[in-house]
Design a protein around this ligand. Structure first.
Ligand SMILES: C[S@@+](CC[C@H](N)C(=O)[O-])C[C@H]1O[C@@H](n2cnc3c(N)ncnc32)[C@H](O)[C@@H]1O
Length: 214
């Protein structure tokens, strides 16, 4: 029992956060954030001009606040969004019908290794409990051929922040340092705070990694 307990606890933590986001809490997030991301265009334009990627996956895409800009630089058939909230995915399908959307928990992505040039999260690692976080990061890295991007709240230490009356739902941390520690195949290309977008990106940090060839 002692040996399997951490695995069981990790699985139950994962199910708890997945249940939160797939249920009413996640639906309410969708309702509140239907127009979020309207000012993220310059960020994506700059990044895509620099990286010249052909296939992109966003893990935790919600209503497409990032995907709406990515399709301006990458053909929609090569753009994929995964989420655990069905209401969010329905919204993406309505807005961006040519983008590929899939329901999936982030800890078990339904793609082969290195399927995409770029795999990224934006405000998603921050919602993974510490026991689950390495599983999600491992899936992001596994599916990426060239680049991994994280846009997440920064803190020098992983620290929980109360979030909308929930405990165990939001952490800030040095997600870039964690990627480097866990995945030696990642080389940090760029990192720093993102320009503030009031009501949207406030205190968000950007990390860009390139995957070293084996
Ligand atoms: C705070 S929102 C961020 C949405 C979007 N990436 C953005 O930048 O606006 C977090 C999204 O990740 C999804 N999500 C959170 N944890 C997840 C998990 N473990 N597996 C799949 N999706 C998850 C939620 O359903 C939600 O759509």
């Amino acid at each position: 029992v002692a040996k399997t307990e951490p695995v069981a606890r990790r699985a139950s933590e994962a199910r708890r956060v997945e249940g939160l986001w797939s249920g009413e809490f996640g639906d309410a997030y969708v309702e509140r954030n239907l127009t979020v991301g309207d000012q993220r265009g310059p960020f994506w334009q700059d990044l895509l001009a620099r990286l010249r990627v052909e296939g992109v996956l966003e893990v935790g895409c919600n209503v497409g606040a990032n995907l709406q800009w990515i399709v301006r630089g990458v053909p929609p058939r090569d753009v994929y969004g995964v989420d655990i909230n069905e209401k969010a995915l329905r919204e993406v399908r309505k807005r961006l019908p040519d983008v590929n959307t899939l329901w999936s928990p982030a800890r078990s992505l339904p793609f082969r290794d290195e399927r995409f040039d770029l795999v990224f999260t934006s405000g998603v690692l921050i919602h993974q409990p510490p026991r689950v976080l390495p599983l999600v990061m491992a899936e992001v890295v596994r599916c990426a051929r060239r680049y991994v991007v994280a846009n997440e709240y920064f803190g020098t230490e992983l620290a929980e922040i109360p979030y909308r009356g929930q405990t165990g739902a939001l952490w800030k941390g040095d997600y870039g340092a964690l990627y480097e520690e866990l995945f030696p195949e990642l080389r940090l290309v760029k990192s720093g705070p993102l320009p503030e977008i009031p009501g949207d990106w406030e205190g968000v940090h950007h990390w860009l990694f390139e995957k070293r060839r084996a």
